[in-house]
Design a protein around this ligand. Structure first.
Ligand code: MN3
Length: 192
């Protein structure tokens, strides 16, 4: 059984960019629901004993489970671990990662160029999903989006920065103005 961590800040800590009501529903209802479904399905497979839930997603292709259950674990396990990362990388105060900033500058030319690429990928993503900055097996940094709750972990890559593009992440405050939500992400991302 995995458990839901408390948010590392108060619900209103990311105001005015992400409103308290959205944070509360997103964490307490959406995130909790993914976790509950993930845990329920895992009860059927006691042989899956990963201490770190990320490892379930890393090994999703090789798990000895029914195909329908694999899809269920991918969707709900992804929903659980993706949000775990999302809450951690945001915060009311910057906690910049100098090494990451240096790597991003090297890979993309500048932080502004990285932000522009990440923003463009986010704006162009169709439907539900997440934008990712991930590190591949050769240590190369990549920006891309994935549909639904798919995780870079299942592609053998390590997620570093992510943005939730599901409507539940922004609709109460931004409605159809998704680009505005995406732009404001840079105000709450603490790492850069
Ligand atoms: Mn979400």
């Amino acid at each position: 059984m995995y458990t839901l961590l408390k948010l590392p800040y108060s619900y209103d800590a990311l105001e005015p960019y992400i409103d308290a009501q959205t944070m509360q529903i997103h964490h307490d209802k959406h995130h909790q629901a993914y976790l509950d479904k993930f845990n329920t399905m895992l009860e059927k497979y006691p042989q899956i004993t990963c201490e770190n839930p990320d490892d379930v997603l890393r090994n999703i292709k090789d798990l000895s489970v029914d195909d329908a259950d694999r899809a269920f674990l991918k969707n709900n396990g992804g929903g659980f671990v993706n949000h775990n990362l999302f809450w951690q990388i945001m915060g009311p105060q910057k906690a910049t990662d100098a090494k990451l900033i240096e790597e991003l500058t090297q890979e993309f030319g500048s932080i502004d160029a990285f932000k522009k690429l990440f923003t463009d990928v986010s704006v162009k993503h169709f439907g539900s999903g997440w934008t990712w900055l991930a590190r591949d097996k050769n240590n190369k940094l990549k920006v891309y989006s994935l549909p639904n709750q798919d995780s870079p972990l299942s592609l053998d890559e390590t997620p570093i920065i992510t943005l939730d593009l599901w409507e539940h992440a922004y609709y109460l405050k931004y409605q159809n103005r998704r680009p505005e939500y995406i732009d404001n992400f840079w105000n709450v991302l603490k790492l850069i």
